[in-house]
Ligand binder design. Structure first.
Ligand SMILES: [Ca+2]
Length: 293
């Protein structure tokens, strides 16, 4: 069979113009069995050959996975065979392309899993004929592992796949913006805390831009954890630079509180900070723990 016809691939695009990528390419794979050709130098048709992006040959061996064949394994259940891939992260799967060699699957299921142990059917093909089979999925098809579970091969030569392609988008882990919200809220609260007008003006000049940037990060769509963490750092740096001069009390690195303030109520802290500020001291920051009082 001429393999070059398989090299022509049409890649789709997402609505934002990003090209789809084969996220199974060169990912770790496994299979229930691997055909070893004893008559041809013991060539092994291992599972990785279905995920190498190659639809031709490598070193005289065709780049395809092949399961046990009935001829060499008459006592095995050569129908119940599978191949799977670990995408190494969760993806929203839009398409799966099975590029069968002539000896394809007649009946098989495509399954997905989050843990590689419990599988959910997402497709059941009962009239497979080999060649390229393209399966499409909706937005909710999210998985880390994908498997082709064979039920009945197309012939006596086992299941054979040139390539097993999975197209999808990485599912981003949820971004935790609680620290950023808290930092913004904490700084806002200082703006109404009854400092002298001079110190408020100085403070606001230093903090306004940082606060504006932090709020834009908080409201940004598709914000990343890295951007969020950086915004908290920037906000804290701006806040600290707004201090008239360095505080004598060092911040405790463990929880961000001032050792001298531990156990104080919010009201006491505010009074103490105001007094300190009026005396030409620095602005102090209430910790989250202290704000709960
Ligand atoms: Ca291949």
């Amino acid at each position: 069979m001429a393999s070059n016809i398989f090299e022509f691939k049409v890649y789709g695009e997402y609505t934002d113009g990003e090209p789809e990528e084969n996220v199974a390419l060169n990912k770790p794979s496994s299979a229930s069995s691997v055909f070893i050709d004893a008559k041809d130098g013991n060539k092994e048709y291992s599972s990785s050959l279905a995920f190498d992006g190659n639809t031709g040959s490598i070193g005289g061996k065709q780049s395809r996975w092949v399961s046990y064949r009935r001829k060499e394994h008459p006592d095995e259940n050569v129908d119940d065979q599978w191949i799977s891939v670990d995408l190494e992260d969760s993806y929203k799967i839009s398409r799966i392309v099975l590029n069968w060699e002539g000896s394809g699957g007649k009946e098989y299921k495509v399954q997905i899993s989050d843990n590689g142990e419990e599988w959910t059917d997402v497709s059941h093909v009962t009239d497979g004929k080999g060649g390229i089979v393209e399966l499409s999925f909706d937005e909710e098809t999210i998985a880390r592992y994908v498997k082709m579970q064979g039920i009945e091969p197309g012939g006596q030569y086992g299941y054979s796949l040139w390539e097993f392609e999975v197209y999808g988008r990485l599912v981003n882990p949820p971004v935790d913006t609680a620290a950023l919200s808290a930092a913004i809220e904490e700084i806002r609260s200082f703006r109404t805390d009854g400092y002298t007008s001079e110190s408020i003006a100085l403070y606001e000049a230093a903090i306004t831009e940082a606060l504006r940037v932090a709020e834009s990060v908080l409201n940004k769509e598709d914000v990343t954890q890295e951007e969020t963490d950086q915004a908290v750092e920037n906000l804290q740096a701006a806040f600290e630079s707004a201090e008239g001069k360095p505080c004598n009390n060092k911040r405790s690195p463990a929880d961000g509180t001032y050792p001298g303030n531990r156990g104080s109520t919010k009201r006491t802290l505010r009074k103490r900070a105001a007094t300190h500020q009026k005396a030409g001291g620095c602005i102090r920051k209430l910790s989250q723990r202290q704000r709960k009082h």
